[in-house]
Ligand binder design. Structure first.
Ligand SMILES: C[S@@+](CC[C@H](N)C(=O)[O-])C[C@H]1O[C@@H](n2cnc3c(N)ncnc32)[C@H](O)[C@@H]1O
Length: 329
């Protein structure tokens, strides 16, 4: 189905309330994958008891978290409150990771406010059992630049560890061809240059990722209604490098279910949560849709397209209030 968009679901409560009727999880509930691999919980990641209940005895080798830093950008919390909130889910994460494990956190920085909450977050995590490992920058253009400052095209990804986790970067290459020659080295008495010695004609992923396209409406992986989707390729890269096949991966901020889908595609087991039943439903549907069709998202259709089609009032609401035009085919 084409041209069946959905507005951002954080923008309007009327549409959100209707979609809630189509969600299988209520707060505190969980979905278990009939194939026995994954689970999705409608849970608050700061609530220790809810997390315990959801996770049970499972332990994870990898956590990939993408918290909503708009909580601070939109003044829903001040920076101290935000960091206190973060410290709770970091503590919950530490408890459910194995002794050799990795933690990745996507975090923004407000350039006009002394880069908050980035700096405060780094200081907070210093007081935990995590060791800092690296800081990755992913190129991600969001809109057009201002004429008065450098264009914002970066997203930061913090990488921490516990113990000695797996790190399989050797076979993880980008699609970027190697172009620089000239690193000569003597091997078995013969002078070789870097191209002769390398295993691939592509460069390996370092800590600056410029080869991953952001998600936008023309990409198959696009999930209409979601507004903070991370590219599948980025999460798959993290999973391949920092976990092994059959390992367990956890994500406390599921949203469009990117980590869930990435785990499915890379042979890992995922437990993921979202506080919002609508995003839990979208995550489950994204996995189901992939299993049924092999597609990564809905491109310019949406996860609730079937229900909307059968609900004339809903189509009317979307047409009138959101100026959405639907081409039904
Ligand atoms: C930035 S989005 C994550 C995007 C995700 N990585 C993706 O690719 O789709 C943050 C999500 O965190 C959820 N969230 C906010 N507060 C939460 C909490 N206390 N516990 C669990 N989830 C929460 C929001 O509902 C939102 O869906």
């Amino acid at each position: 189905m084409n041209n069946f968009p959905l507005p951002r679901l954080d923008k309007d409560s009327k549409l959100y309330e209707i979609l809630l009727n189509y969600c299988r999880l209520k707060s505190g509930e969980k979905w278990e994958d009939p194939e026995g691999l994954h689970s999705v919980g409608c849970i608050d990641c700061t609530d220790e008891d809810q997390i315990k209940n959801f996770i049970g005895k499972k332990k994870f080798t990898l956590a990939v978290h993408d918290p909503p830093y708009n909580l601070i950008a939109f003044k829903k919390m001040n920076v101290d409150e935000f960091i206190l909130w973060c410290s709770k889910w970091i503590k919950n994460t530490e408890k459910i990771l194995t002794k050799n494990s990795s933690l990745y956190v996507w975090l923004g920085a407000d350039y006009k406010k002394h880069f908050q909450p980035f700096a405060e977050f780094i200081i907070m995590i210093k007081g935990t059992g995590f060791k800092s490992q690296n800081m990755i920058t992913m190129r991600n253009q969001r809109g057009y630049g201002t004429q008065k400052n450098w264009m914002s095209v970066r997203q930061e990804l913090l990488f921490y560890s516990k113990g000695e986790p797996v790190f399989n970067s050797a076979n993880v290459y980008t699609d970027i061809p190697k172009i620089l020659r000239g690193y000569y080295k003597e091997v078995n008495g013969k002078i070789t240059e870097n191209f002769e010695r390398s295993h691939s004609d592509k460069i390996r992923a370092g800590n600056v990722w410029v080869d991953i396209q952001q998600v936008f409406h023309l990409k198959e992986e696009n999930v209409n209604g979601c507004f903070a989707q991370k590219p599948l390729q980025a999460i798959e890269r993290i999973i391949k490098v920092s976990s092994a096949i059959d390992d367990r991966v956890v994500d406390f901020f599921s949203h469009s279910g990117t980590t869930l889908l990435a785990a499915e595609r890379t042979g890992r087991k995922c437990s993921t949560i979202d506080i919002d039943p609508v995003f839990c439903e979208i995550s489950i549907r994204r996995l189901e849709h992939f299993r049924e069709t092999g597609l990564l998202g809905w491109q310019n259709s949406n996860p609730f397209a079937k229900e909307i089609l059968n609900d004339k009032k809903l189509i009317e609401l979307l047409r009138k209030e959101y100026n959405m035009s639907y081409k039904l085919n």
